[in-house]
Design a binder for this molecule. Structure first.
Ligand code: CO8
Length: 259
């Protein structure tokens, strides 16, 4: 892989994988090759039984400054259709394990959309978010008008999408785009602590909970409640549910095996 790095930096915890976007010279612009590598890597991690949580990050300067403009500048609509870059973006939706976006610096355009494709965002206090496509004569194409609107509401999303202006990390947190803001130098450590907490939970339940929360964006409340209930029932077929409740009754910590 040339455009991303896969690391297991937490020696005492093999359950957590760190995927780093790695095109620093162009602020991690999301080229087709990068997105292909990213999706391949994510699909592989999803199949790896020892991995329970994935952290996706960039570097100190940028999470990602958007789709690679150099690849799009002369593209025709037919080029875009033939290239079918959104196929890879769609495949991110197939990942069943929690993905935490750890954002320092710029998360712009496709970079903001990529962060929003993750399950939650932790931001360093220097992070900046925007959908700047309007400034270069186009509009968001990977969820910037949809996920952003669901995250922060119509009026604020309109302001961001129609102006293209950046918001800072604290504003993004106040508006509900970001779960937590931490001092930038501590971003990976803080994200690891959160990932570790999630990795310590029952993996089957984590997967079913993620699936149910994501369904809330696609279903009516009634259908979503039905879906949630079925996943709730399904947890009772896991050994981890037996272990979790037994451990509670025995006043000890549970030991989850992920089955
Ligand atoms: N694409 C390609 N190259 C980029 C990108 C990008 N999105 N962003 C930055 N770069 C490159 C610059 O060209 C520059 O390269 P070089 O050194 O060779 O000149 C290098 O990164 C450093 O950038 P700057 O010199 O511009 O750094 P500054 O600190 O002055 O500015 C900014 C930083 C504000 C982030 C500025 O670079 C910028 O505005 N970048 C573009 C942001 C943008 O418009 N993003 C939206 C792109 S469109 C998009 O994302 C649509 C998504 C649709 C879905 C995805 C479909 C695949």
């Amino acid at each position: 892989m040339e455009n991303i790095l896969l690391e297991y930096p937490y020696k005492n915890n093999e359950h957590i994988a760190l995927v780093r976007l790695n095109r620093p010279k162009v602020l991690n612009a999301l080229s087709t090759d990068l997105m292909n590598e990213l999706v391949d890597c994510m699909l592989e991690l999803d199949q790896n039984p020892s991995v329970r949580v994935i952290i996706l990050t960039g570097n100190e300067r940028a999470f990602a400054a958007g789709a690679d403009i150099a690849q799009m500048v002369t593209a025709s609509p037919i080029d875009q259709i033939n290239d079918n870059r959104f196929r890879t973006w769609e495949m991110l939706r197939l990942i069943t394990k929690p993905i935490i976006a750890a954002v320092n610096g710029f998360a712009l355009g496709g970079g903001c959309e990529l962060a929003m494709s993750c399950d939650l965002i932790i931001a360093g206090d220097d992070a900046k978010f925007s959908q700047p496509e309007i400034k270069i004569g186009t509009i968001p194409g990977a969820g910037g008008t949809q996920r952003l609107t669901r995250a922060i509401g119509k009026s604020k999303a309109m302001m961001m999408v129609l102006t293209g202006d950046m918001i800072d990390a604290n504003t993004a947190c106040d508006w509900g785009l970001v779960a937590k803001v931490v001092p930038a130098p501590t971003l990976l450590q803080e994200t690891f602590e959160l990932a570790k907490t999630i990795a310590d939970r029952a993996p089957v339940a984590v997967r079913l909970a993620k699936e149910a929360v994501n369904k809330s964006f696609e279903m009516t409340l009634k259908d979503g409640m039905d879906f949630e209930r079925r996943n709730f029932y399904l947890t009772f077929s896991s050994l981890d549910q037996k272990e979790g409740m037994k451990a509670f009754m025995e006043k000890r910590s549970p030991n989850y095996q992920g089955n």
